[in-house]
Design a protein around this ligand. Structure first.
Ligand code: CUO
Length: 644
């Protein structure tokens, strides 16, 4: 049952990097008595994947334990994917459990954690399993070296400790003003889960609009980061380019559990070719091939035939092409701009491998957004996507209007943000032995949150119908307090919510709360709580105390960060509500969840319209959007409260 499965997954992940083989007798038994090579009937592939992996291990070809793991390292990824393959071919949960327990003892810990997270995310056997927050499974990737060192001291001296985690650097670095966003453990968790839900290497069942989601999820990260910058008197991020120096350096103050310190990059570092990865010349060629495809309006497939991209599906093709994923129509020609860029940026401290440095933060989805170069890189790609979107014809009045509904008024409650303290557990950061007692060590971070808010949309409908409601926020002014025109504001827009609702004929009010938002998820259940509540449920034979459906997916913008920070005196934003026909919905019923940036697992993306509609395309003339009865726009202020 669910509690049992949850307990197994907890145990597989707890203490995984703590230098002891298995913290649980049950797992040890499963690992010792189980022989995947002789268990054909329990796998849907007859045990082929398991036999293959066992052979690789017996031949001593797999990465050792206690070594860093990078998904972008081709061989390391292959190994992790072999384990994913084994787990996804398990015909029943017992096989899933036993294989995982077995390979846990034999494989690199980083590969194991990655494979298990991906397998639990995608296997129907683990539908209701809640994955613990990665920041409490592999805390090294989410906190800094100073905290880890203090935690070790606490353990050595057997003194429980609470340690405040500071943002990296000093106020001399103006980028530090927005470190609360890039270094937020919830953002990092969302980002790494997004890439586990939509892996670039994914070759299983087709995932709907995966390329477009790659564009949209990252476009939103970029737009949100810019809104945070404006809240802190910084100009929006500038894109990076291969033949310009990387303006901002970054000192991560972070260590691998195994493999030393994450490398540092000074300011204004010129891009170097990276041995075994890419030359800058190749990056420029790859980019120009993609820009050519956009200019031509088609992508050339490997067999020479064309895929037309001058339409609303073009963005999906381009997303696959730029990332690049297995879905890329021609990776041999268009390369892998995005993935290579992450590796190139991650290796700038030691591009020729002279110093045996481990990969930089840009090579891990857990750590990438901490580096200001992350947002510069994604702005660069975002601008390529924009080039394509700007080629499409602007929406016409006909496409935009919806005669059935008139929005008469939208009243929005107070929008305010504040910083709060958040503790998380560091137990999994520390080595464990039989002879040294565990002590409780906790990291505290300061994180942005907002007061819950509601808004009421007053409408008048000619007839009862299901309608699609889209809610957007966009900064009103730039960093010099010059008003953004509609065409700038629309690209800076933040999706707050998209939902479907049945409205009656006549006047009615749609009430919506910030906590309903379909782009955000609540806090993850902490790992110690997860373990405690699960063990209790198993021991008492009672159901789990938490709602598994509600917490099953880790992908989703943190609810706390739904609003940008704003300013003490109130920062002006456009607050737009746009209503269109319910026929934009793919499904009859869409429950509230996290589909805005993360889709619906195993199902079609629920909104038929392009992501970002009705603001995804060029707006040559503001009058196109003036006078639409189904669009309501107003100015709101977001207040940052220091003294919350
Ligand atoms: Cu998520 Cu570059 O795609 O990090």
């Amino acid at each position: 049952d669910d509690a049992h499965k949850q307990q197994v997954v907890n145990r597989l992940l707890n203490r995984i990097t703590c230098h002891i083989p298995s913290a649980y007798a049950e797992l040890k038994n499963a690992a010792e008595t189980y022989d995947p090579a002789h268990d054909d009937s329990h796998y849907t592939d007859g045990g082929e994947a398991a036999r293959h992996l066992v052979q690789e291990i017996n031949d001593h070809r797999v990465l050792e334990q206690h070594h860093w793991f990078s998904l972008f390292n081709t061989r390391q990824r292959e190994e992790a994917l072999m384990l994913v393959d084994v787990l996804l071919h398990a015909a029943d949960f017992a096989t899933f459990e036993h294989s995982a327990a077995y390979f846990r003892e034999k494989m690199n810990e980083g590969e194991f954690v990655y494979a298990l997270y991906v397998a639990v995310t995608h296997s129907p056997l683990t539908d209701h399993v809640v994955l613990p927050p990665l920041y409490e499974v592999t805390p090294h990737m989410f906190t800094n070296s100073e905290i880890i060192n203090k935690a070790y001291t606490a353990k050595m001296t057997q003194t429980p400790g609470d340690f405040n985690m500071e943002f990296t650097g000093t106020s001399k670095n103006e980028e530090q003003r927005v470190a609360y966003f890039g270094e937020d453990i919830g953002i990092n968790s969302h980002h790494v889960h997004w890439h586990m839900d939509f892996p670039f290497w994914w070759n299983g069942e087709h995932i709907d609009r995966k390329g477009e989601l790659f564009f949209w999820a990252h476009h939103q990260l970029t737009a949100r980061f810019d809104a945070e910058r404006l809240s802190n008197w910084l100009s929006p991020v500038d894109e990076l380019h291969w033949d310009h120096p990387i303006k901002d350096g970054f000192a991560p103050h972070t260590s691998y559990k195994f493999g030393g310190e994450f490398p540092t990059r000074p300011d204004n570092k010129a891009f170097d070719d990276v041995d075994g990865v890419a030359r800058m010349r190749d990056m420029i060629i790859t980019e120009s091939r993609i820009r050519d495809a956009i200019a031509h309006g088609y992508v050339e497939k490997e067999d020479g035939t064309h895929v037309n991209i001058d339409n609303e599906h073009g963005i999906d093709v381009l997303g696959d092409l730029i990332e690049s994923s297995v879905y890329s129509p021609n990776a041999a020609y268009y390369g892998a701009l995005h993935n290579q860029a992450h590796r190139v940026l991650g290796a700038q401290a030691d591009p020729h491998g002279k110093f045996n440095m481990p990969p930089g933060v840009m090579e891990h989805f857990e750590t990438a957004t901490r580096d200001p170069a992350f947002f510069r890189l994604h702005k660069y790609m975002d601008n390529i996507f924009k080039e394509h979107k700007d080629k499409l014809h602007p929406y016409t009045k006909e496409e935009l209007q919806y005669a059935n509904v008139q929005i008469t008024e939208v009243d929005v409650g107070e929008l305010s943000t504040y910083f709060e303290d958040f503790p998380f557990d560091l137990g999994n950061a520390l080595d464990t032995t039989e002879t040294v007692e565990d002590v409780k060590v906790t990291a505290h971070v300061s994180r942005l949150n907002h007061k819950p808010f509601t808004y009421n949309i007053h409408i008048n409908a000619n007839h009862a119908e299901k309608v699609t409601v889209r809610v957007l926020l966009a900064p009103k002014f730039d960093e010099n307090h010059v008003a953004l025109d509609i065409n700038q504001a629309r690209w800076a827009g933040i999706e707050l919510d998209t939902f479907w609702v049945d409205v009656p004929a006549g006047d009615s009010v749609i009430e919506r709360s910030s906590s309903d938002s379909n782009v955000a998820i609540p806090d993850r259940i902490s790992f110690p709580t997860l373990i405690h509540d699960t063990d209790e449920a198993v021991a008492n034979g009672s159901p789990l105390s938490f709602e598994t459906d509600h917490h099953a997916r880790g992908c989703g913008h943190p609810q706390r960060l739904l609003l940008p920070k704003g300013t003490t005196n109130g920062m002006d934003f456009h607050f737009d509500v746009y209503i269109s026909t319910g026929e934009d919905s793919v499904h009859d019923n869409v429950e509230d969840g996290n589909h805005g940036y993360c889709g619906m697992h195993g199902q079609k993306y629920p909104d038929k319209k392009p992501m970002g509609f009705p603001y995804d395309r060029h707006i040559p003339d503001r009058r196109l959007y003036d006078g639409l009865k189904n669009l309501h726009t107003q100015t709101v202020k977001i207040f940052f409260r220091e003294d919350h």
